[in-house]
Design a protein around this ligand. Structure first.
Ligand code: ISL
Length: 538
């Protein structure tokens, strides 16, 4: 379908912001963020200029994996508040013209979920088949060679019923059996529960994992595995992920979401968390007749080397892999990945912000990246991430991206009135929201300016994308819509470069720089990103 600019749905025009609820704002002094805290900080998001908030899980959970182990899909974790707090937060977000997306975790529940408690109670339990139970292999060991994403076998022995159950992540996160129609119906009801309450969509956790090959064959060994990589990567997850049946379920999710809104502002959006090579990734859009998720998350800015030639290739190949009807998206950070500013430094994190907000497609900003939080070393006695604790020393810890938001110069950075559950970034007295909001030169001001410019520009939100050349320092591209023509030039290097303008154009004006804005003088400074308005040469 071709939309006029004004008719394009909100999730194509908009920008998504991920909140990690434990670390956004604490309102009750327990050192852990909560829903009332989020509500009290909505000004920050309005001023930033984002369109939708995605909340990492807020459902009742024993917190073995900090909320990605759900013990009740239709309630709120008491640490975060209750359903009343949730309704108030949703209303406050809507009142500000923003949308709210929840995190749907369909691959696994908590082992404390009543469904699993019942399932493990006996082999004859009516819910036995809601999870994946198997007899031991003939040698008495696990049914196959699958390895959990968090290390160790994917199978846990249950002595009372003398079978193994499957868990792709922790043993406290048993995998649900999506081949069982009753489980499927119950999980569809979960989506209805929140859609009826008014949520605007979901980010779907590990969507490509939800169905496994029926006879659970061994996964092939990865010949390229090297010491220092995670245990999971010893095998290729050929039979445990990306099964055809999962696409049918993904299409059912979409059909349900589509029943709840069809207008450009009322559509409910589905975002799939999917790590796969382009060509398999693209299948998760489905087809125009039977669409699947609106946005299969694209993590390639996180996974690629920070190098203009490499990124040019990645962007071109991703764009080329998209079906004609598909809309792209880009993610720069998450609660699972190292912080962008820790990876490439603040000067380049500014360039990265300009890249994220000017590529074609819906951007997702991760909380804290808008103030450039960088490396936070977590002392050994404060590590909380189960993935890190189970596979220490290989640099995969996720706590460093989950540290609390520093809001101001008050004790504990205004995040809490007590020591937070994870340490703050050590430079919080100088790197916090209040200080950066006052500073025209801060990375927060840059984010605000870029978001404002993006909102006002048809070329940046919905326009065509044309890659120019890249070299060892420079990545350049154009965005165009009707007679609006913008040139984006990003200097990844520390050398000054001459600005090259396309032969058929002239510079009209400079709209943004990652450095203090100056008149155009034909130079691109070290670590500078520029957005330039072009005119056609006559
Ligand atoms: O496969 C990966 C990268 O190549 C992993 O990062 C993987 O996608 C990730 O571990 C899955 O993440 C999601 O599900 C987990 C949870 O711990 C993460 O926080 C969540 O984002 C299990 O629910």
């Amino acid at each position: 379908m071709i939309y006029k600019e004004s008719a394009a749905p909100w999730w194509k025009r908009g920008v998504i912001y991920q909140i990690y609820p434990r670390s956004f704002q604490d309102s009750d002094g327990d050192g852990i963020g909560d829903l009332a805290g989020i509500e009290s900080r909505l000004d920050h998001l309005s001023l930033l200029g984002v369109d939708a908030i995605w909340l990492s899980p807020v459902f009742p959970s024993p917190m073995a994996d900090f909320g990605y182990d759900v013990a009740d899909y239709c309630d709120i974790e008491p640490l975060f508040g209750d359903l009343e707090d949730f309704d108030r937060l949703l209303a406050a977000i809507h009142q500000r013209g923003m949308k709210l997306l929840l995190d749907y975790v369909p691959n696994h529940s908590s082992d404390r979920h009543p469904w699993f408690v019942e399932s493990r109670s006996s082999r004859d339990s009516p819910k036995r088949d809601w999870y994946i139970w198997r007899d031991p292999a003939p040698n008495g060991g696990p049914p196959n060679n699958w390895i959990s994403d968090f290390g160790g076998s994917s199978w846990e022995w249950d002595e009372p019923t003398r079978q193994y159950y499957l868990h792709a992540f922790l043993k406290e996160q048993p995998d649900l059996n999506w081949r069982n129609p009753d489980l499927r119906a119950a999980m569809m009801d979960v989506l209805r529960f929140w859609l009826d309450r008014g949520v605007d969509g979901f980010r779907i956790d590990v969507l490509w994992h939800i169905v496994k090959a029926a006879d659970l064959p061994d996964n092939p060994v990865n010949p390229d595995w090297r010491k220092g990589q995670t245990e999971r990567d010893r095998l290729i997850q050929l039979h445990s992920t990306d099964q055809p049946e999962a696409h049918a379920i993904s299409a059912d999710f979409r059909a349900l979401a589509d029943q709840y809104g069809s207008g450009p502002d009322s559509q409910r959006v589905l975002i799939g968390e999917i790590f796969l090579p382009n060509e398999r990734h693209a299948h998760w859009y489905g087809t125009p007749e039977r669409p699947q998720v609106h946005l299969p998350f694209n993590f390639q800015l996180i996974e690629s080397r920070w190098d203009p030639v490499e990124l040019r290739r990645v962007i071109a190949e991703y764009e080329a892999s998209l079906p004609a009807f598909a809309w792209p998206n880009w993610v720069l950070g998450s609660h699972d990945a190292p912080r962008i500013a820790a990876r490439i430094g603040e000067a380049q994190a500014r360039v990265a912000a300009m890249l994220l907000l000017t590529l074609r497609g819906t951007p997702t900003i991760y909380q804290g990246d808008e103030i450039g939080i960088g490396q936070v070393d977590i002392p050994a006695d404060r590590i909380r991430d189960p993935q890190d604790l189970r596979q220490p020393g290989i640099g995969i810890g996720r706590d460093r991206a989950r540290t609390p938001m520093p809001w101001n110069a008050a004790p504990f950075a205004g995040f809490s009135t007590t020591e937070p559950w994870l340490p703050l970034n050590p430079d919080w007295p100088s790197r916090n929201v209040a200080l950066q909001a006052e500073d025209r030169g801060s990375i927060l001001s840059l984010y605000r300016d870029l978001l404002k410019l993006r909102r006002s520009s048809g070329a940046l939100t919905l326009g065509a994308f044309l890659l120019a050349d890249a070299d060892k320092d420079i990545l350049a591209y154009e965005r165009r819509q009707d007679d609006e023509r913008l040139l984006i030039v990003l200097n990844f290097g520390t050398r000054e470069r001459v600005l090259i303008v396309p032969a058929d154009a002239r510079i009209d004006s400079v709209l943004a720089s990652t450095l203090p804005l100056r008149d155009m003088d034909g130079r691109v400074l070290p670590n500078e990103g520029l957005i330039i308005r072009l005119r056609d040469a006559v």
